[in-house]
Each structure stands twice: as structure tokens, then as C-alpha cells.
Design a protein around this ligand. Sequence first.
Ligand code: B3K
Ligand code: ZN
Length: 879
Amino acid sequence: PTTIYLSDYRVPDFLIDKTELSFELEEAHTTVNSRLYLRRNPEALDQSAPLELHGADLSLESIALDGRELAADEWVEEGELLRIASVPDNFTLHCVTRIYPQSNTSLEGLYKSSGMFCTQCEAEGFRKITYYLDRPDVMAEFYVDIIADKSLYPVLLSNGNCVLEEDLEFGRHRTRWHDPFPKPAYLFALVAGRLSRVSDRFRTRSGREVDLHIYVEDKDLDKCEHAMTSLKNAMRWDEDVYGREYDLDIFNIVAVDDFNMGAMENKSLNIFNTSCVLAKPETTTDAGFQRVEGVVAHEYFHNWSGNRVTCRDWFQLSLKEGFTVFRDAEFSADMGSPTVKRVEDVTLLRTAQFAEDAGPMAHPVRPDSFIEISNFYTVTIYEKGAEVVRMIHTLLGAEGFRRGSDLYFERHDGQAVTCEDFVRAMEEANGVDLQQFRRWYSQAGTPRLAVSGEYDEAAQTYTLTVKQSCPATPGQAEKLPFHIPLKVALLGEAGQLRLNLQGHKADPDAADNTERVLAVTEDTQAFVFTDIPERPVPSLLRGFSAPVRLHFDYRRDELLTLMAKDSDGFCRWDASQQLGLAEILSAISAQESGQAAVVAEDFVAACRSLLLDESLDPAMVALMLQLPSEAYLAELISPVDVQAIYRAREAVRKGLAHALRSELEACYGRCDVEEEYAANAEQIARRSLKNTALAYLMLCEDGEVYALARRQFERSGNMTDRLAALVAIVNAAEPYKGEALQRFYQDWQHEPLVINQWFQVQATCRLPGTLGRVKELMSHPAFDIGNPNKVRALIGAFCGQNAVNFHAEDGSGYAYLADQVIELNRRNPQIASRLLTPLTKWQKYLPAAQTAMKAELRRILAEPELSSDVYEVVSKSLQ
Ligand code: B3K
Ligand code: ZN
């Protein structure tokens, strides 16, 4: 496998103005006729370069240039390239290739699954369909014919507008599609199958009537309403917030069961994993509803941030992904609870992304090199990339950011551009200098901020001293200082203090001048606030204004103050997490010295007042009651002793449960209201608090609480409550467990998405014996290793979300994962490589665990015929 470097980027030697494709879909194979209208790129460095087309797993039937069949010695195939040494400056190339979608288990390119044909071309899947310039800076206008048996495949879809539909002989039919917007091949899509649809309309701001269709299997027609509503909300929101309208008369979404990721933004033909479209209260949890809303919006928003303005090369992936994640996060915040959304996103970032940034696969938001681009659809590109865009938003303010995005879309419409182009548009629209800020794109690693505060009573000043540093990452030993927007406030007895920063004018954007964004740009910097009448408690990194690890040596009473009073929801929650961390750390020391863990009285009291305070948002109470997750603790404690962390955390949870039992019961009762289900913020908040209370109560381990869980399991009409009860039952020493699992299966065996949940609940069971059960479930008739959702629900959940069992001291979890990766490497390399993540973090664990994990990585590396996907991750992890 070879490494590709950003520094080797060259403009394409050829351009394609028009691409005509014709697909003849048959049961044994598919024949693809392609006619490419090519010309030499006037900007290419070498004006006599040969034509080199990408192609993978294709069988070439014929190739003709300007109507003349090429002789065998006029072209040569080398790896993934087909080279034609001598071509004119303008010509058409006609290729006939045969492909085998029925045996394509990689789910990349054109594949057939559950009776339906569909495609996934991003990033480099189009080359599995026909020979092409499969790179995002080659954009063509597509005409597509699809021919198939009409009774088996009544619905035939591609991008753009349907311009022809006709019946052919032998029961076949043809549709022709034309997409007027030139696009890179990765946005091409085709779907053929027996599908039903739900339709609606949307009238854009300028009066365009758009037909909206969601195509699903007949049995799922009752699960499309939420996706449709989300789509219409997203279309309106993009008009309101970004001034971006939809640009065609038709917008299609198709749901498929077998899909490598969540969804794909193909121009006007989004293809979705069923898990990200289908939703109804009986089968879908609140989290599921929110995911549908977020992903539908994300893919829709790509129409501008990704499709109209696309990426020049795959190193620029975050240009579209980071920006689009930022857009969908702001949308979800506007649709629901902004603070809850922020806390959820920060939680993901501080666990998965911080871990990636500290591990062997660490890479900048704009990577310098890769072996397999599929490995770079990461939390760094997506989530950290979104944080980088958010910081620009924070620095420029909402209006300045909008000026920048307007300029970006206007200037680059129809182009394939770079992260640099994005930053430049932001700079030029606002007359600011983001030179140092650009380091967020080029330097990997999570910056650390060590902050200290000093109050000078005589001078009435408060000085915040901020030191930044960033650990080395692979290939980057030394880092230059970042430009970090640090949002702060100072809390006094009676509320936030007015901020006068020595040497600075008042911040014109801050309405009451009690909050400020400090520009941290140097290794060490002091910020002096004047006229501070009392010793304040600093509220730092408000709203998580930058993706950094911040340390401030708070006293306990200061954290309790922040937790009770800070007006910034993120900081309040974070204070609760810091207090929770302190409890867990003291429980770990207690365990080490053979003592019982005791939860501090003041922490119990703080949790009690959360439970009693009915004026608080129940969702925030739920979040603040949840102790830092094991995954987050693994980022804070070194080395990671998984078993000790688990035991300590459980001990603290149990301590809280016993101390607060009556308050938890009262809270449960208050939240347990009978109402018609709606996936709105208010109801979601209530259910979340109710189920948090239930999980705590279960730790009291008696018949009364077990009965409560059982009652909830049996009576609740929505999946959120039912599943929460099932999780509680499965994780307790509850005699009803087997029966509950059995019943759940009986009830939902015909709903694959619900069965995924059933697998996941069992795979994430904390009790001993779980690996054995997971192995058994792999031969359950409902399990299918060819379906990525099933793989994620069982194998992925066990290895990624069940630390205490995955890291069993006998190494059985590691061996199990390696076996699955080896099996999946053949079948679906992208899924195999993704599953590997937990093993790659071996450096964090105790020596014995490290040895066992590395041994499994070496066993994988020794496999013959490793895919480039798996090879890259394993070899980099072992370096
Ligand atoms: N752009 C796609 C991801 C494609 C992943 C290819 N391995 C989905 C999204 O981010 O919207
Ligand atoms: Zn995306």
C-alpha cells in the first residue's frame, strides 16, 4: 500500500465535461456503458500527459476512442490505473464494463442488498463502477440511463431530473436522468428496487415548488413522518440562517438496510441507512429520533456545503464535513435544547476525538497524508473540524460569520476548493487576520490550557494567567501556539462581574460586558481584569469555546458554586463532572487501600438539590447526575486500569443511589407522566431524567426497584422507556432478565432496527459472561455479519462500549475482536478497519493489557491479503 501526500497534489491532466452512463441491471451481472467527453486541462503542467483513469474490480468488455476500438497495445492496466499513452486534446471515450453487484460485499460502488441495487461512491467507490477520473476536482454533467426488469425493480432512480421513462420488451423498462449541476463522481447515485414512497412538497423562499420523496420498503411507510418533517425544517432553516435555497424540483431520500455509514449526500438522491431515516415512537428511542433529525439535516445541508461547493481533494474533507457538522449542530440546537446538544457534542469530542488525537492515528483536521482515505472519515475530520468552524463563528460573531459564508458560497459556487479558500473568505468578508488560527487545520493534537487566577485585593484586579501547550503527535514533534478563543466570565457573590480588561476596549458584542472571549495566542499570557471588587470564581471555556483540555485548580466550594449557579450551562455541567471525577478518584484510592468508598456529603447534597429543584431543565439535571463516563475517565487517568475505574465508578453510583433513594423515587414519580409521545425537547428531557433515576434506583438491588423496572418495561408504549427498562433489567441481578429479553425479541423480531437494539443491550451488559453471550448471538438467526448495523450493534458495541468486559484480564475480548476483524477484512474492509479502533488505543492501558492488545494487532498484521484499510490502521498503531 502506498502513501498519498497533500504536497503531491496536481491539477488533473484531463477534465470531463459530460458523462453519459447506461446501466443494464441483470441478475448475474450489470453492464455499464460509459461515454466520457474529455479534454485536456489547459491548466495541467504536462500538456502531453497520458490519460490515466481509475478502475477497480472491473471487467472491461470494450474501449473505444472517438468511435474507434482501441487495440490491446494502445492501453495498459496497472493496479487501479488504466493508461492510454496517446490521446488527442478533445475526445470521447466509450467503455463497456461488466460488474458484479450481487457479490459486492464491500458495500462500496454498486451493490445489491435485500433485493435492491444501490450505490455508495464517496470517497473512491465510483471506480468500482466504471473507468473514470475518480477525484473530486473533476466535475461533469451526468446523463444516466437505467434499464432493468420492471416487476423486480419498478423504481429506478439517479441524480437530478427524470427526463424519460419507457417500457421495453421482455418486461424491462428504462428511465433516463439528467443532473444539470456538474458534479464529481463521488456524488453519483443509482437506486433500483421495489420501493414505496412517502411524498410531500416544499416551497422555497423564491417560490420553487420542490417534490420531496422518501423511498422505503412497504412495511416502513409508517416510519417516515419524522424524517420528512426534519427535512422540511432543515430546508427552511438553511434559508433563514444561511440564505441557502434548494436548487432542483425534486429531492429524494432512499432508505437501505445494508449501509456502511449513516447516510450519503448524493446530489438530489440522498441514500440513507434505515437507522437514520425510519422512526416511530413504538420502535425508536428519543436518541433515534434526534439522530434522524440530525442526519437528515446534515445530508440536506451538504447540498451547499459539499455539493455546490465541493472539495478539491480528499485532504480537504473537513471543508465539507466539519462545516456541515457545525451547521447540523446549530440546527439541532435550534430545534431542541441548545445546552443539551452542546453537552452531548462535547462529550463525544472529549472522549472519542481526544482519544484519537492522543493515539497513533492522530491527524490534523486537514491531514498531510493517508494510505486509505476511507480511514479518514474520523471524529477529528468531523467533530474537531466542526469545532474549528465554531471557533471562527465565535471569533467573528454570527453576522460576521454569515458575511463570510455568503462570500464563500458566492465566490466558489460550482468549484472544488480547499480549507484555505474557506478561511480566506471568512477573513476577507470581515477584514480580519486568521493567519495564526490556520494552525488548527495543520497541527494535530489537543492543546492543553493551564489556567491560574490571582486576586489582588488592594489593586482590585484579578489576573488570569494562561499557558498553552500541545503534546507531540505522529510526525509532529513540536507545535506552534494556537489561536484559542477562551470565553470567560467572573462570578461574584451577586452574579457575574463587569469585565474591564487592562489594555483592551470593552467588547462591543457583549451586551452587558460580563462575558468575554480572550484571544489566547501565546505560550503564556496574562489577562488582567480591573475594578474587580471581590475575589471571583472564574467561569472558563464557556460553551466549550475551544476544543482543548483546560486545567484550573478549583477549590471544591468553587466547583459547587459553579455547579449551582453558573449561567453557562456547559460550565455548570462541567463542574458537576469535575466533582464526580474527584469522587471516583477518591473511590479508587479507597479501593487500593482496601477501604469502602464513601461519597462526600457535599456532593450528595449538591445532587440532592438537583433532584429537588423543579425549576431546572430535567435534561440538564439528568446530564449533571451522570458521572463522567468510563471513556472520559480513560482520557483523564493514566495508565488506565479499566477494572479499577469501573469498580470505583460503580461504587460512587451505588453510594449516591442509597443516599438519595427517596429523592430519586420522587423524581421518578414526577417525571412518569402519561402523555401522548412526542419527540420534543420537553418530553425528551423528562424521559431522560426519569430513566436516569431508574438506573440509579436499580443499584439499590431490591424487589421494589426491580418491580419498578419491570412495570416500566411491560407498560410503556414508547421505545425510549421500554429500552431503558430493559437495559436496567439486563444489567441487574434480576431473575426476570431472560424472560424480558425473550419477550422483547418476540415482540420485535420483524423490526430489524429494534433487533439491533436488542443485540446492543446484550452486548453492552456489564455483568460477567457477556462475551460468551455475544459469541452465542453471532449464530442467532437474526444476526448477519454482512449487515453493518448488526456488526456495530453486537461486535462494535461489545468492543467499543463495554470496557469492563472487552478489557477482561484474560485477553479474551482482544482475541475476539481480532478474529472478527480478520473475518471482516475480506468481506467489508471499511467496517473491519472501523471496528479496530479500541485495539489501537493500547498505549493507555496497564502493561499486561498493552502486551495482549499488541499481540492481537500483530496477529492481524500477519494475515495475508490485508486490505489497505486494515493495513493502515494496524501498521500505524504498532509504530
Ligand atoms: N459524506 C458521507 C460519508 C461518506 C463516507 C465514505 N466512506 C456522509 C456524510 O458525512 O454526510
Ligand atoms: Zn457529511
